[in-house]
Design a protein around this ligand. Structure first.
Ligand code: ZN
Length: 264
């Protein structure tokens, strides 16, 4: 069993058996992997709280031939981002970031830029005065890095570059669609203003360190949030827990689900 060292961000952690824990993490050099920490839930476990979601850590892993589950033998915490667990809005926004990475990345396909974008996103969230906006920006960036960049240059359905009339975003097609294609979509599109289009394009283009300077309010915020929320649901194949679950009425959750035709 060869030893592998990895720097990773914990995406999910769940109880396993009597005293173990299975974690899903995104490792800079390995991509998305799962590992088991034996005895992690015992009172005097050597792992302590190091395997909580959002933690950035250095892992010692043992790989068993023919098994996709690594055995975690040692963890050093690099950054625990503990403030993200002390506020419900911050926790929901951070959970959305790791859930998107968990849902849209394949196993064992490392992308150091994606790792850094998530790490930077979690760090920015600790300073953020608008966690939902920070999560929105990071999601747009993560979608772009995983091959799901919202298409804004031409019709995402037929490829036509000149699109007349109001801007329509199709969550199913993954971007703007021309009017004839919009009328053929199985679910209704999200109308976008020019401001929302500019915001989407800027968010996709800006480097992560400049990304957080972008702000969206009013109509632009509403439109982009709806477009990305519905698009992420399509890409992930299920509705992820809302970023702002405290202000999320059950009625609106139901409407969002039914409008994209995805069962939760
Ligand atoms: Zn079209």
């Amino acid at each position: 069993m060869p030893l592998v060292k990895a720097t990773a961000i914990i995406l999910r952690s769940r109880k396993w058996g009597e005293a173990d824990r299975i974690v899903t993490c995104y490792a800079k050099n390995l991509g998305k992997i799962r590992g088991i920490a034996r005895g992690a839930r015992r009172q005097k476990s050597r792992f302590g709280a190091a395997l909580e979601p959002f933690t950035v850590c250095r892992l010692d892993l043992f790989e068993k031939t023919g098994d996709t589950l690594f055995r975690i033998s040692h963890v050093d915490v690099i950054s625990s981002f503990h403030s993200l667990r002390e506020d419900l809005d911050l926790m929901a926004a951070a959970a959305r970031m790791v859930n998107v990475v968990s849902a849209v990345t394949p196993d064992g396909d490392p992308d150091p830029v994606l790792f850094e974008t998530l790490q930077q996103g979690l760090a920015s969230l600790c300073q953020s005065e608008d966690p939902a906006c920070t999560a929105l920006l990071v999601q747009i960036k993560l979608l772009g890095l995983t091959g799901f960049r919202p298409q804004t240059d031409h019709c995402a359905a037929c490829g036509k570059t000149r699109m007349a009339g109001a801007l329509q975003f199709s969550p199913l097609a993954g971007g703007l669609v021309c009017m004839p294609c919009a009328s053929r979509q199985r679910t209704c599109c999200v109308s976008l203003s020019q401001g929302s289009l500019a915001f989407l394009q800027q968010a996709a283009r800006l480097a992560p360190q400049l990304l957080m300077r972008l702000r969206a309010v009013g109509r632009v915020r509403d439109e982009v949030e709806e477009a990305i929320e519905r698009y992420v649901t399509v890409v992930a194949g299920r509705r992820l827990p809302p970023t702002d679950f405290l202000s999320h009425a059950p009625q609106s959750v139901y409407q969002a689900d039914s409008s994209v035709g995805v069962r939760t």
